[in-house]
Design a protein around this ligand. Structure first.
Ligand code: E4P
Length: 217
């Protein structure tokens, strides 16, 4: 499973990218608002740090403007993926941008039928929002598994990019279900390595090693 970071904190994204762990980044209008920065500058900076896909979302709601914005965003860097909402206009724009060879991520996916439409429109990625479904007491993981099955039934190459991840358990569920990508908020990504037994075990080993009086180097 590929790891994308869902955010725009350049310093932290660079840190994890330098560890060789990050395959891409996703942004959305709320993330850009939170950054307080100009979107074009944010995307351009992210694209220079991470060589994988950087999702940049259009703001237009009609397909013609979406295509115009999508072309402009795709020209920021060659690894930019244009993010479009799953609406009829979004699907039309997806079809048009995909035919021009521009990578598209269809976002705000909440049903298997929407994911089917995204794949048939040539999207490179579809983003099911699992956390927002769980918030409504629905099962986001079920949606991932339905989409995976449907895509495999018909050999669609569209990748399932699990989004709206809220917990470490969501990351595990995505991996168990074979999501191609999980886009993870930076604070959740930071927690992936943590386990109290790792911390206590390491403290004990460190203390015992000091008592041996030995040195490896
Ligand atoms: C990423 O592509 C999505 O925009 C993001 O994961 C949404 O997350 P949220 O539901 O926590 O806002």
């Amino acid at each position: 499973m590929q790891f994308f970071l869902d955010g725009s904190d350049i310093e932290k994204i660079k840190k994890f990218s330098d560890l060789g762990l990050i395959d891409g980044v996703t942004t959305n209008p709320s993330i850009i608002l939170k950054s307080g920065k100009n979107m074009i500058e944010v995307i351009s900076e992210l694209a220079s740090i991470v060589s994988g896909s950087i999702s940049a979302e259009v703001s237009a709601l009609d397909s013609e403007k979406m295509v115009e914005e999508g072309i402009k965003l795709s020209q920021i860097a060659e690894n930019v993926t244009v993010k479009l909402p799953i609406t009829w206009d979004g699907l039309e724009a997806c079809n048009s941008l995909s035919q021009k060879g521009i990578s598209v991520n269809m976002t705000l996916c909440f049903s298997a039928s929407q994911a089917l439409l995204a794949a048939k429109s040539g999207a490179e990625y579809v983003s099911p929002f699992i956390g927002r479904l769980d918030d409504l007491n629905l099962d986001g993981a079920d949606l991932i598994s339905d989409i995976k099955l449907i895509y495999s039934n018909y050999n669609f190459s569209t990748k399932v990019l699990a989004a709206s991840i809220r917990t470490i358990n969501h990351v595990k569920q995505c991996a168990l279900l074979g999501a191609d990508v999980a886009t993870i908020p930076i604070d959740i990504f930071e927690k992936l390595v943590k386990h109290p037994l790792t911390d206590s075990g390491l403290s004990q080993f460190t203390a015992d090693w000091e008592k041996t009086g030995q040195s490896i180097l």
